[in-house]
Design a binder for this molecule. Sequence first.
Ligand code: ZN
Length: 283
Amino acid sequence: MRLMRIGQPGQERPVLAAADGKHRDLRPVTGDIDGPFLAALAEDPGLVPDPASLPETSIEGERVGAPVARPSAVLCIGQNYAAHAAESGAEPPERPILFYKSPNTVVGPNDDVLIPRGSKKTDWEVELAVVIGRRARYVASPEEALAHVAGYAVSDDVSERAYQLEESGGQWSKGKSCETFNPLGPVLVTADEVPDPQALRLRSWVNGEARQDSTTADMIFGVAELVHHLSQFLVLEPGDIVNTGTPQGVALSGRFPYLAPDDVVELEISGLGRQRSVLRPAP
Ligand code: ZN
């Protein structure tokens, strides 16, 4: 299933993007696409009926929201692609690096991204976002980990490198949690439609020029390994988001300029759709 949330911020309605290209109103099934709904869906895959039995709805001209409401946590994995670790001046990590973004960074896939006050180093990061469906606590093995995944989405782990590295005091979150710093979506594609999360092409562009072009096959720690590993240290709740790291081709490499007002960032992951954000100065 391809799940969406459509409407103005805070007033989104749940929508199913059906295989026939039509959109169906999911409100007969759930009030929102959130942790409780995803947990219920994990227990009962038949929760959403045949799309033809749901009312048709138009999303023409409407805002697309993030496809998950109110995650309790946004967890991020650092330097999970060897070539990106190298361009950041680091060795590939021996174990997953975890940092957090504030959940209120999550915005729609086409919403404006605000360049923070005083920022000179705002950067893009296309990432595969894992959305948790079943509570993950001390998962016994990587083989069992994917059963805890509701689905996948395109994510931009927007980063302010001076805040992340120079103002940080050693923890990256200050450069990761600025307002609007996590465009997510356009769709949450359920895990049954993504048979191999390690076989997805992910790309980014700035003002139409290619930046990142890689594959999730190049992750150092794959999705199953990450969910298993994280669950040994913390509890992943339904609706939580794990950003799984970005490949090479960001401005931090020194090969490209940082983002400026009116720049357009586009991100795409095969099968998960495309997002387009315009950069604006924080008012
Ligand atoms: Zn990242």
